[in-house]
Design a protein around this ligand. Sequence first.
Ligand SMILES: *[C@@H]1O[C@H](CO)[C@@H](O)[C@H](O)[C@H]1NC(C)=O
Ligand SMILES: *[C@@H]1O[C@H](CO)[C@@H](O)[C@H](O)[C@H]1NC(C)=O
Length: 196
Amino acid sequence: MSSINVLPLLVLVLLLRSLQSHQIFTMAEPEDLIEKTCKTTLYYELCVASLRSNSSSAKADTKGLAEIMIGIGAANANETYTYLSSQLLLLLKGKKDSSTSATAMTRNKVLRLCAERYFFASQALREAVQDVELMSQDYAYVQVSAAKDYPNVCHNAFKRVPGLPYPAELARREENLVQICDVATGIMDLIAWDQK
Ligand SMILES: *[C@@H]1O[C@H](CO)[C@@H](O)[C@H](O)[C@H]1NC(C)=O
Ligand SMILES: *[C@@H]1O[C@H](CO)[C@@H](O)[C@H](O)[C@H]1NC(C)=O
């Protein structure tokens, strides 16, 4: 008789425990998704730090995380574009004799090309955010891949001019943007693109 009474109680306890663990699971999910997602990318630390810098990440799904990461890339490229534009302005405001010298003119030309390429990169990434939002898989990959390549065009422009060293600051910025694009691609690889 007592064994018959224990059964409903046991069921109730199990039910409560399963509800409880489910609740804990849902509450921890946003943090877990960022870490789980970033583990599949090439640069885990960069991925986690970047995503956590935007509060929207906590509630985002995989698609949302991809959009946030690409958006971070767009802001990063735009920031380098702004930096290069200010370098150009400094050059233009420089002394007349140095700005008319052959090296200064070449440096000016290369910097202008670089500024333009980083601007293109930020545009491409902005479009990629829209492509992900619309689930346009092919376009999204093409834009992120283009954005990843633009800094290299700038790097090559420096290489083509003998005696014009590639600034360490630009090398750092190039590496940063390339890594952001790699992380964004890694997150995009996890999107269920066919569930339109
Ligand atoms: C965070 O990400 C969202 C979604 O991509 C974006 O709209 C927003 O501008 C981002 N916030 C910041 C501070 O960059
Ligand atoms: C690019 O950066 C500049 C300077 O920080 C800012 O004023 C501008 O709004 C940014 N442009 C875009 C499209 O985000």
